[in-house]
Write a protein that binds this ligand. Structure first.
Ligand code: 6A9
Length: 813
């Protein structure tokens, strides 16, 4: 990638608003234009443009009449009998390879995707089917898996204005046609283009000996062109079934049950090629198969062929492998092939999960007085106000982001994203900057960013209605500032507390090195948005130091999450982590003040870096005040840990201590340095096997807490990788600076790092998936399957330096 070119473009862009993508060079935008940006489906390519061309893939084994309707794969689902799926190698600039191990259908589907000429030459996808050795023989595969019948559907749809048309290349016939299918199209953003679905030689098709064939043998490719409402295009599976039903009904009418043609013939869409905003293409195969989809804009001199595609796939994988060793190579004791493979898979799924989302979202801007949350009992009043339901659709918004999980949460989550970007920034800092920009562009005039981005009908279809509404007074941890801090570390502007690879491993090269001028130009544009966001948190999530009998503090830096219920603080991201009972408007939250400390320090350094000296001084003061108040307001001398605070029946300020992630938050966010008087107690708590330490990582709640493992047990014992990453990284910081606890931190670092990697690795080997959280007793992956979001941080943990110690090191403590 041409950084100099990029920097120049950024500088020339001058004072344009941050939302102006011209801050990124044309070549950079070109190389990111297309991608499998529909991570909620197994394979769906679209451009990073609103209302444009959208494509998708579906398939099913078609050997008996009963199971077909249950076996059509399209959207990623958790319980479809997959023996793992996802990207084995993926780079958003060039492409990669994905395999879907579809045990239920007895077939492995490979979907390779590459861009030609850095995106300017269009793209190609190769779809390959390989019957699995463990496939059950079906009615149509007496000859073994080599005769297994599979139907594959690929579709292309045009969402906005524009056209799509199927040429009758080989003379489309009523009973299907052979040869390539060519779709020509045009739209404002894409210009003229051609999409070819090839019919290469070498794949076999079922023989057709059945009398149901009319005058001519049935061909193997069918094209149904239709006009559907643009908001319904994503419902391709329902559209497919509707199209097949017409064929099936006709067969049923003409034949008795005994004389029906076989399922691989009955289950065909209608063959009606022509004009429409959607074209559904079906192919039926016997045994292994392969075909290509080639997209070519009319601007290319020479249209890429299947041959070019094959070569490009090899080249992409090769350069991915090379770059991986530069950017994210696992370090001792994980410097072996098996951990490299594991690391590549997790990282590819994180980065291959990046999506482009566009559409309106439900927001409640009623600003109901109850939402002020100033009365006791506020949580019941706000529940009532929410039930009155004054939400409206707003937008459209667009968002370029990675996601926590393709099958279950295929959309943007604010605080998850900051964690996702930590490995991504090591791979491609500018891609990371594009994503950060995209998030800040969803911010409203007040400085609020919606916590969960459920954009458009397709995204909303996955979310129960009561979870859809976003509230403009609700926050979520400002983790994007952690990423900005990491970027500053990359350009050497400061020692990032959020560990960035080459800070230590000075020999890293390539894209992982960010160009300081480019980063500076970009930050200058983003800066007003960052300030607005920071002030929004301070203004809306303030904690009350005045109304209750609390010592008079000189600074007002105290914070409380808005939007809590009696059981949850979803806005904190730690959902059911135990808090004060009952809820009280006088609460002060340890995790929030810690995040604010991280945010203040980050914006301080940014202001410094871009030459806003006055601001820098002001932010430094806020940052210091927060650090002081973390100790003054939240350290409990009795419990020797950091605690939330609330107000008791006598209006006295009291601590509410539940040892666990919340009580070590100041440490995790870099506010407890090597010289802190509290560091020893924090480390002791983390290292104690009867409290937070487990053989599989740091527990969310102490084993000694009365609520350990109770109720939903979501954040009340399980091991979460995002929090563990922060612990590992702060242990590393302490271990590499002079101080009284350096040795202990070093030992803990080595042991924790090993425990985490081995836990995620073992579970991945056994199940084929990364999981949302891990069981502290057994190490088993739990809750959401294929959680390739922050669990992928284990990639970064492996890439961190291996300090002395390791197995058994914890015993020395
Ligand atoms: C509920 C049900 C298909 C919960 O990873 C995303 C978030 C985290 O930000 C948060 O910290 N997860 C964690 O406690 C998952 C949240 C899913 C909410 C959607 C709707 C969907 O049904």
């Amino acid at each position: 990638m041409a950084w100099t070119e990029w920097a120049l473009a950024a500088l020339l862009a001058g004072s344009t608003a941050a939302q102006d993508t011209s801050v990124f060079s044309k070549s950079s935008n070109d190389s990111l234009l297309w991608g499998p940006y529909r991570p909620n489906v197994y394979f769906g390519v679209r451009p990073r443009l609103p209302k444009s061309l959208t494509t998708g893939l579906m398939w099913a084994r078609v050997e008996d009449f009963q199971s077909v309707q249950h076996n059509v794969r399209y959207t990623c689902e958790q319980h479809e009998g997959m023996a793992g799926y996802g990207w084995d190698a993926y780079d958003p600039r060039t492409g990669g390879v994905q395999t879907v191990h579809d045990k239920g259908n007895g077939i492995d589907i490979e979907t390779d995707f590459v861009k030609f000429d850095e995106g300017r030459g269009g793209w190609g996808a190769r779809i390959k089917g390989t019957p699995r050795e463990d496939a059950e023989p079906g009615a149509g595969s007496e000859g073994g898996v080599q005769t297994m019948k599979t139907a594959v559907w690929f579709y292309a749809g045009m969402e906005g204005l524009g056209s799509l048309e199927v040429q009758d290349a080989e003379g489309g016939e009523e009973l299907g046609f052979d040869g390539d299918v060519v779709i020509t199209g045009q739209s404002q953003d894409l210009g003229d283009f051609k999409l070819t679905i090839t019919e290469p030689e070498g794949s076999s098709h079922p023989a057709h000996a059945h009398p149901a064939y009319k005058s001519k043998p049935l061909d193997h490719t069918f094209v149904h062109s239709l006009q559907v409402p643009e908001d319904a295009l994503w419902q391709a599976k329902a559209i497919l079934f509707a199209s097949m039903k017409t064929t099936v009904d006709a067969y049923v009418e003409e034949h008795t049950e005994q004389k029906m043609p076989p399922p691989w013939q009955t289950y065909t869409i209608q063959n009606r090629p022509g004009e429409g905003n959607m074209h559904l293409i079906q192919k039926v195969f016997e045994g292994p198969f392969e075909f290509d989809v080639l997209y070519a804009p009319s601007t290319v001199a020479k249209t890429a062929t299947s041959d070019d595609l094959g070569k490009a796939i090899d080249a992409v994988v090769e350069s991915f492998d090379e770059k991986y060793l530069e950017a994210l190579k696992p370090q001792a004791p994980f410097n072996d092939d098996k951990h490299l493979l594991f690391s590549k898979s997790l990282f590819s799924n994180l980065i291959g999960g990046i999506g482009y989302f566009h559409g309106d979202q439900l927001i409640d801007r009623s600003y109901a007085p109850e939402y002020e949350e100033d009365n006791e009992g506020f949580w019941q009043e706000t529940a009532d106000a929410r039930a009155r339901g004054e939400q409206k659709l707003e937008g459209p918004y667009e968002l370029f982001t990675s996601i926590p999980s393709r099958p279950f949460f295929p959309r943007g989550f604010l605080w998850d994203e900051g964690f996702h970007l930590l490995p991504i920034v090591d791979w491609d800092p500018e891609l990371c900057m594009q994503i950060v920009s995209s998030w800040f562009n969803t911010m409203d005039e007040d400085g609020w960013i919606a916590r969960e981005q459920i954009l458009g009908v397709e995204a909303r279809s996955k979310v129960p209605v009561e979870f859809q509404v976003q509230y403009p007074h609700y926050a979520n941890p400002p983790t994007l500032f952690m990423v900005l801090d990491a970027l500053l570390g990359k350009v050497g502007a400061k020692d990032s507390s959020f560990y960035t690879g080459q800070q230590i491993a000075g020999d890293l090269a390539g894209n992982a090195l960010a160009n300081p001028d480019a980063v500076k130009a970009w930050l200058k544009q983003l800066y007003p948005l960052l300030q607005r966001n920071f002030e929004w948190y301070r203004r809306t999530q303030w904690g009350d130091l005045k109304s209750y009998d609390r010592p008079a503090f000189s600074s007002k830096e105290a914070f409380r999450w808005r939007g809590r219920s009696d059981r949850h603080i979803l806005t904190s991201g730690l959902d059911d982590y135990p808090r004060a009972q009952p809820p009280h408007p006088g609460e002060l939250h340890t995790d929030l003040i810690s995040w604010m400390g991280m945010m203040a320090s980050s914006i301080h350094h940014i202001a410094d870096f871009i030459g806003e000296t006055e601001d820098a001084g002001r932010y430094a003061k806020v940052s210091e005040a927060i650090k002081r108040n973390v100790d003054d307001l939240h350290w409990s001398k009795i419990d020797k840990t950091y605690c939330d605070a609330t107000v008791d029946d006598y209006e006295d300020s009291v601590h509410v201590c539940h040892k666990g992630y919340v009580s070590i938050f100041p440490f995790m966010t870099g506010l407890v340095g090597p010289d802190s008087a509290h560091l020893k107690d924090v480390l002791d708590l983390i290292a104690d096997e009867d409290e937070l330490w487990s053989p599989h990582g740091i527990r969310s709640l102490s084993k000694q807490d009365a609520l350990y493992g109770t109720d939903e047990n979501y954040w009340r014992s399980p091991v979460w990788m995002n929090m563990n990453y922060l612990v590992v990284q702060q242990l590393y910081n302490i271990a590499t600076q002079a101080g009284p606890h350096q040795k202990k931190a070093s030992t803990m670092y080595a042991a924790l790092r090993r425990n985490l990697v081995e836990t995620v690795y073992q579970s991945w080997l056994e199940t084929g998936f990364a999981w949302e959280q891990y069981n502290p007793e057994t190490g088993a992956g739990q809750r959401t399957q294929h959680f390739t979001g922050w669990t992928s941080l284990v990639v970064k943990i492996m890439a961190m330096p291996g300090l002395e110690g390791g197995k058994g090191a914890h015993d020395e403590l």
